[in-house]
Each structure stands twice: as structure tokens, then as C-alpha cells.
Write a protein that binds this ligand. Structure first.
Ligand SMILES: Nc1ncnc2c1ncn2[C@@H]1O[C@H](COP(=O)(O)OP(=O)(O)O)[C@@H](O)[C@H]1O
Ligand SMILES: [Mg+2]
Length: 264
């Protein structure tokens, strides 16, 4: 499936691939934890500018899949390429490729003893070698984009969960990643804060960011996803456009899963 979208990172110095080209290519990936087969022959391509929502029961391997994409977990078999480059085992090249992948987790993981502004400027200064003034300007732009610019001088504990998660998104964006991974970014939030985070993510998608999003928020999937990948027992069971997946799932496992989450 090819999606024509605008260049999501015009400020980036490295040339961007043509729209619609594969950006993340996961090919025949296996992952074991001891005897336990956590990822079974996973093959999935995420194209430049595409949003893929990953959905499935707890324990099906969604977080493990996200973690393999930026090498927080090693893989046993198969390959993962980011923008045509195979993820290496370790070393400086790994650090470089990893910084192409932004990640937002369920818990916000902000540095408690640093201000909101410092949380966002830390990566650009340390890894991207930006000067402080440039890093501050970039951070303020991003904090404005996610709607928390007035909190810049506060500490994380002074912000609501929804605000902290928006800061976590700004912090990931500050590294100018080529792809953003979200692992259940709203599942630790109070219900009234979920939409303010999803709205930021929808805008990001509309701006052309390539995204892999683990979430059960069907409203988000319908609004922003190009495809839904359904996982169960370590496998990708089916991949479909959101409307097709939610209204006419093909597999019994997807039907069963949807009947459980839809009855509430
Ligand atoms: N570090 C680990 N060591 C052992 N088992 C793990 C580890 N991480 C995940 N698992 C197991 O792998 C399976 C998939 O986990 P996970 O990817 O977190 O699922 P999901 O995110 O879909 O809920 C689960 O059975 C989990 O217990
Ligand atoms: Mg998980």
C-alpha cells in the first residue's frame, strides 16, 4: 500500500526517502524469552508517512515487537531495517539508528529532577550536539505544538498525566526521529486526559509522521491509522484497513478479541 504524504521532517539534514517507500521493514523476526516463543515469524512493513495501529490481547507480543524495532530487545532470527539500514547488534551505528526511532511508553519516564524544558533539550544537546539556545528554541516549538509551552519551567510532578505524556511526545520529537513508536500511550491516563494525548497524535499523523501505535483506542485507529495489525500469541494474525478490521475481521481470534473489547 502506497501513501503519498508530505515530508514529515523538513528540518532534517539527511535526505528523506520518496513518500511511500518502506521505512521500517520487519522480516521473518523471531524472539524467544528462554523457552517462550514471544514473536513468531513476524513480517511487517511500515511505509514512509504511514500509521500502523497494533492491537491484540495482553501478552500477545505488542510491546516486545516495539522494543525490537529500536533494539531494546535483541532478535533471534530475521531482520529489521530502518530506512534501508539493517539494525546492527551494537555500537555507534546502533545508537545512530536508534535515534531515528522515537518511543513513547505507557509511563511517561520524564526525569523528575529536571524541568520540562530540560527534559526536552537533553537529547538534542547530548546526542544531536545542538547548542543550548538552539535546543531551547526547538524545545519551545515542540512544547507549543503539544500545547504545554506554559509548563516549560515546571517539574514533571507539577503536571497532569496528560500533560506529562504530551511532554514525552515532544521529547521524542526533539530528536527528529524518522518513525515514532507509541506503546499504549494513553492506558495509564485518567479518562478525561486520553483525548488531549490522542489529539496530539492525530495531528502528528496528519503532518505525515510515520507511526507505529499500540493502542486499543478504536477512535484513534479509525481517525489516523492506514492499517491495523492484529497480534495474538506472538503472531501477526491479520492486517487490514481500520474500517475493514473493526467491522469485518477475518480471523476467529480477531472476532473474539473485538467482541470482548466492544461489549464494554
Ligand atoms: N523480558 C521478558 N522475559 C520473559 N518474558 C517476557 C519478557 N518480556 C515479555 N515477556 C513475555 O512475552 C509475552 C509478550 O509480552 P508483551 O510483548 O509485553 O505483550 P503485550 O505488550 O502484547 O501485552 C508475554 O507472555 C510476556 O510475559
Ligand atoms: Mg504491552
Amino acid at each position: 500500500m502506497i501513501h503519498m504524504t508530505a515530508d514529515p521532517n523538513p528540518a532534517q539534514t539527511s535526505p528523506q526517502p520518496a513518500p511511500g517507500r518502506p521505512l521500517v521493514e520487519i522480516t521473518n523476526v523471531d524472539k524467544h524469552f528462554g523457552e517462550f516463543h514471544a514473536l513468531k515469524d513476524i513480517t511487517l512493513t511500515v511505509h514512509h508517512g504511514e500509521v500502523v495501529v497494533v492491537i491484540g490481547p495482553s501478552g500477545s507480543g505488542k510491546s516486545t515487537l516495539c522494543r525490537t524495532i529500536n533494539r531494546l530487545e535483541t532478535i533471534d532470527n530475521g531482520t529489521i531495517t530502518i530506512d534501508g539500514k539493517v539494525l546492527p547488534e551494537e555500537g555507534a551505528q546502533l545508537a545512530q539508528l536508534r535515534s531515528d526511532v522515537g518511543m513513547v511508553f505507557q509511563s511517561f519516564n520524564l526525569f523528575a529532577h529536571k524541568t520540562i524544558l530540560e527534559n526536552v533539550t537533553l537529547g538534542p544537546i547530548k546526542v544531536r550536539k545542538l547548542g543550548k539556545a538552539d535546543a531551547d528554541a526547538l524545545a519551545m516549538d515542540l512544547l507549543t505544538r503539544v500545547g504545554v509551552e506554559h509548563q516549560a519551567q515546571k517539574f514533571p510532578a507539577q503536571l497532569s498525566g496528560g500533560q506529562q505524556q504530551r511532554v514525552a511526545i515532544a521529547r521524542a520529537l526533539a530528536m527528529k526521529p524518522k518513525v515514532m513508536l507509541f506503546d499504549e500511550p494513553t492506558s495509564a491516563l485518567d479518562p478525561e486526559m486520553i483525548n488531549e494525548v490522542l489529539d496530539v497524535m492525530v495531528e502528528l499523523a496528519q503532518d505525515g509522521m510515520t507511526m507505529v501505535v499500540v493502542t486499543h483506542e478504536m477512535g484513534f485507529a479509525r481517525k489516523a491509522a492506514n492499517r491495523v495489525a492484529f497480534m495474538a500469541d506472538g503472531e501477526i494474525v491479520e492486517v487490514a484497513e481500520p474500517e475493514t478490521f473493526f467491522t469485518a475481521p477475518r480471523s476467529e481470534r480477531a472476532k473474539d478479541f473485538l467482541s470482548k473489547i466492544l461489549t464494554h
